[in-house]
Design a protein around this ligand. Sequence first.
Ligand SMILES: [Zn+2]
Length: 464
Amino acid sequence: MGEPVHINSLNLVCNIEKELGSGTQGKVYSLISPDNTPLVLKWYFPSMATKEQYDILLSLIQKESPSNRFLWPLAIVKTSNKEGFGYVMSMKESRFKSFSLWLSRKIDPSFKALLTACYELVQSFHLLHSKGLCYQDLSLNNIYFDPKNGDIRIGDTDNIVINGENKGNVIGTPKFMAPEIIVEQALPNTQTDLYSLAIILFYILFLNHPLEGKIESSIKSLDLPSMSKLYGFKPIFIFDPSDDSNYPDPAFHANALIFWKIYPNFIKRIFIRAFTNGIKDPLHGRVRETEWQIALLRLRDALYYCRQCGSENFLDTDSLVSEKLKIPVELGGVNFDSKVFKQSSIVVSARSNTVCWNPKCRTKNTSILNIQIDDRMYVALNHDTKLFLHHIDPDRKYDFSSPVAEVSRHPSDPQVWGLRNLSANPWKVGKTNGVVIKVYSNQSFSLVPGTSIDFGTSKGMVCY
Ligand SMILES: [Zn+2]
């Protein structure tokens, strides 16, 4: 402790403050830096301080971090009195917590925060993979989130290599490794990263491993051969629609059963694909990051609060979309261009999981206000909903930099909710009586079903 650490490439001398932890590769220390920048030193155990690891670090330091969510290596550190080397990275702020706190239910983040964390995670790995890099050892142990807003940080970045180079000391973490690694048919690559990512997303949203069902609970001792079978040689998704041999055991996997009922079908279909085709066909069957991104944002937009207990529930926009896509008008489908849609079918078009999932509540929620934007998306309109360029401008997908609209309460009548224009551009709002008004910056209009909004870059319709 107090030992000076010379970081020559950053022209900095720090002092070791304390040991933060010890892993399989080395020990991690907090540093006291002259300008109080929170920094961390990871010092490798002698067996891990290989030339290969040194080269990996050097190459990472020369590259730019894909985003500030990665705790990227900043500099290699050597000392004269100690053999080996280590590296310095930024320290994550204390607001970032381990997901294990959520899995053990010691913290209770909102669905909104969890979905934001899932989205940020997928987006970060999309950025990493699009740089031709591969993480190799993705697990819940090296990602952290802020339970309040879902911001994430990704640690242990010192195993990131160029995809296909097959370098480094790691092949992954048990339970998160792709089956083809376990059966020794592949080494970590971006496709195996995608598999680990799907496991993480499933864990976060369903609080259960996707392959741990009644086969797992029937095993008396989970030794290496039985683990290899469960996660590698014979992996069966617990909700595989064509094979129920590994269905969750209610005595051990209650979370999976509870959460499977809460989410809309469209997200469950993606998980089914990730753990059926995604297992059988590692090369083409895996769910891509962009697909997760779209689905996770759609799920976040589907959130609404139960009127009785305030619990977050999901609007099943699945049926709304399928209605639009598949069911002919004469058979009860919706013609979105017709006056009929404006006048009546919007009132009956809500097909949501209307009964609150909260077992203590079970209230039936009807007439959940939402906005349909072009044919692309539905956003539930809650008291705290904000719309971003992502929602209204097809050319600015994933742009959440600043809100362009927010739900607001009428200043004199709290029963009336409106949508406030936070953008610089005026909207054309078509009221239900046919009158079209302009809504300028900072003005609002009342959220009455059947009202249409021309945002300029897209068109919206307020629905129930
Ligand atoms: Zn409720």
